[in-house]
Ligand binder design. Structure first.
Ligand SMILES: CC(C)(COP(=O)(O)OP(=O)(O)OC[C@H]1O[C@@H](n2cnc3c(N)ncnc32)[C@H](O)[C@@H]1OP(=O)(O)O)[C@@H](O)C(=O)NCCC(=O)NCCS
Length: 157
C-alpha cells in the first residue's frame, strides 16, 4: 500500500484551485501557511488579519489522491496594474516535486486574467533562486524585517 501510494505520489495527480475566503479550504490554507512559514520563525497568524484577506486571491494545490491541500499562496492587489505574491508555502513532504513552481505559474495566470500586468513580492533571501528560475528579478537592495532578510522581486506579466 505504501509503495502504491509512493508511485502514485511521484506521478502526482494534483490540481490548482481558487479558494474562497472564509471557506473550509481557506482555513486549511491558513493552517498550512502557519505551519510552513510562520511557526518556524516563531510568528503567529493573527485572526485580526483575516478581514484584510477578504479582497485577496487565495490559491491552493490539492493532491487528488487524498484531497489534501499540499500548497498555497495569496495574491494581494497593490493597485490596478500590480499584484503582490505572498506566503507561498508547500507542505514539507511535498517540497521539491514541482508544486511551488506550478502554484506560482497558476497564480501568474490568474493575475493576468484579472487584468494585472506586474507581480511584486518580498522573497526571503534563501528562496531568491527559486523565483529567479521563474523569471523574477531582484530590485534594489536586500532589506531586513523582524530579523529576516528579504529581497524585493518583480516580474512583468
Ligand atoms: C520555496 C518553496 C515554495 C518552493 O516550492 P517547491 O515545490 O519546493 O519547489 P519546486 O519543486 O517547484 O522547485 C522548482 C525549481 O526551483 C528550485 N528551488 C526550489 N527551492 C529553491 C530555493 N530555495 N533556492 C533555489 N532554487 C530552489 C528547485 O530545485 C527546482 O529547480 P529545477 O526546476 O531546476 O529542478 C517551498 O520549498 C516552500 O514552501 N518552502 C518553505 C516556505 C518558503 O520558504 N516559502 C517562500 C516564501 S518567500
Amino acid at each position: 500500500m505504501f509503495f502504491l501510494k509512493f508511485i502514485l505520489r511521484r506521478k502526482a495527480v494534483r490540481k490548482m484551485i481558487d479558494i474562497d475566503f472564509g471557506s473550509s479550504r481557506y482555513n486549511e490554507l491558513v493552517e498550512l501557511r502557519y505551519k510552513i512559514l510562520l511557526e518556524p520563525l516563531g510568528l503567529k497568524f493573527l485572526d485580526s488579519f483575516r478581514p484584510e484577506e477578504a479582497n485577496y486571491l487565495h490559491i491552493g494545490c490539492v493532491e487528488m489522491l487524498d484531497n489534501k491541500l499540499v500548497g498555497g499562496l495569496i495574491l494581494a492587489p497593490v493597485n490596478n496594474n500590480t499584484i503582490r505574491l505572498m506566503q507561498v508555502a508547500v507542505d514539507t513532504v511535498y517540497q521539491g516535486e514541482g508544486v511551488g513552481q506550478e502554484l506560482v505559474k497558476y497564480a501568474e495566470k490568474r493575475a493576468k486574467e484579472a487584468g494585472y500586468t506586474k507581480i511584486v513580492m518580498h522573497a526571503m533571501l534563501f528562496v531568491v533562486g527559486f523565483y529567479e528560475k521563474m523569471g523574477y528579478h531582484a530590485e534594489g537592495e536586500a532589506f531586513n524585517e523582524q530579523g529576516i532578510t528579504f529581497m524585493k522581486m518583480v516580474k512583468e506579466l
